[in-house]
Design a protein. Structure first.
Length: 135
């Protein structure tokens, strides 16, 4: 995942070193505060080791659990438009209903979607009917 993020940023002319990367969702399950087996802490550690400014946004996970996982509390807990605009990349790690996926899709400059959520936000592209395809 970190390699995919690094490659995606490089394709946009931005190195991972120094990039601002909010991680959206810490929990393992949607709409949960269960962080027992979350990959988010390891992802954050890898990103930080490569020089990124990673922090977590998850309204379900209280501050004491975030700090126990090693997340700094300087970052916002919400994925607001201002936060998304300021980020170099956004990583979707958990599928929480509280996240505004339309806002994320419209506002963030680059989204690495680890849950396949964004494709369900955008309307499907029009397709040709079988009748039109035969013509």
């Amino acid at each position: 995942m970190v390699e995919r993020l690094e490659q995606g940023l490089a394709e946009r002319g931005r190195p991972l070193d120094g990039a601002t990367v909010p991680l959206l969702g810490l929990a393992c399950k949607a709409d949960s505060s269960d962080v027992r087996e979350t990959p988010a802490a390891a992802v954050s550690e890898l990103l930080t080791a490569k020089g990124a400014q990673a922090w977590a946004a998850d309204l379900h996970v209280p501050d004491h659990r975030r700090t126990a996982l090693g997340f700094r509390l300087h970052g916002p807990v919400e994925a607001s438009a201002e936060v998304l605009l300021a980020a170099d990349a956004v990583v979707l790690l958990a599928e929480h209903a509280a996240f505004d996926y339309g806002l994320i899709t419209r506002t963030a400059s680059y989204v690495l979607d680890c849950r396949g959520r964004r494709h369900r936000v955008l309307p499907p592209r029009p397709t040709k009917s079988k009748q039109q395809a035969k013509k």
